[in-house]
Design a protein around this ligand. Structure first.
Ligand code: B4P
Length: 196
């Protein structure tokens, strides 16, 4: 089943997508990881000398906690979702992040003849998010960038909850729990999918 993981920065989307992808044949596709790899050449924290044209364009946005422009993200996702490992499904982590990206994904899926995904929304209290991100300490996990990412999330990504709720394909998971508890809730929810 194709899945979209939706939620604020630090909600545990990447953490849960990684765990789920290890248990089955469908890949974890993180736009954040693809962008960081394009920027640093390694997907890690240390810049090396192999940044790509996408990375050069994306770096300032990622560092400031802004969204990378839709046309760059859509081109990146068109390429990624056309790869052969996506035939059985995928877990999209961090995409779509705007209604415009969600509409772009709809068009892409109909071109690629792929089914519409189930959307999983991880809700987490703001104070928990900030604490987790500061503890993680990635290059873009500083106080200014985190504050900006949360503002951008509220303005541009929250409308997606309504967008997918209207389609009756949204499941809600309490992401305030421990990693293992969230994984357990996710398994239960995906075995018995219901509309939120
Ligand atoms: P992302 O890489 O998506 O960054 P994120 O939202 O902060 O990561 P995530 O939410 O997956 O982290 P997780 O909770 O798993 O994006 C980075 C940047 O890339 C964006 O700011 C933007 O500039 C750009 N970008 C990405 N996608 C884009 C798009 N579609 N359009 C435009 N721009 C885009 O983990 C957070 C921490 O919490 C970890 O340390 C983890 O160990 C911990 N944690 C997770 N679950 C926990 C739990 N249950 N309990 C305790 N700790 C937990």
């Amino acid at each position: 089943m194709p899945l979209i993981f939706l939620g604020p920065p630090g909600a545990g989307k990447g953490t849960q997508a990684e765990i789920l992808a290890q248990q089955g044949p469908i890949p974890h596709i993180s736009t954040g990881d693809i962008l960081r790899k394009a920027i640093t050449g390694s997907g890690g924290l240390r810049p090396i000398a192999s940044e790509t044209p996408l990375g050069i364009q994306a770096q300032a946005y990622v560092d400031a906690g802004e969204l990378v422009p839709d046309h760059l993200i859509m081109a990146m996702m068109r390429e990624r979702l056309s790869q052969s490992d996506t035939k059985l499904g995928w877990i999209l982590d961090g995409f779509p992040r705007t209604v415009s990206q969600a509409r772009g994904l709809d068009q892409l899926l109909s071109i690629l003849n792929q089914p519409h995904p189930q959307v999983v929304y991880f809700y987490v209290d703001a104070n928990v998010l900030v604490k987790r991100l500061l503890e993680r300490g990635r290059k873009d996990d500083n106080e200014d960038s985190i504050r900006r990412r949360l503002e951008v999330y509220e303005a541009q990504t929250i409308p997606l909850i309504d967008f997918y709720q209207k389609r009756k394909c949204l499941l809600s998971i309490n992401g305030n729990q421990s990693v293992a508890e969230v994984t357990n809730s996710l398994h239960l929810a995906l075995q018995f999918p219901v509309s939120a």
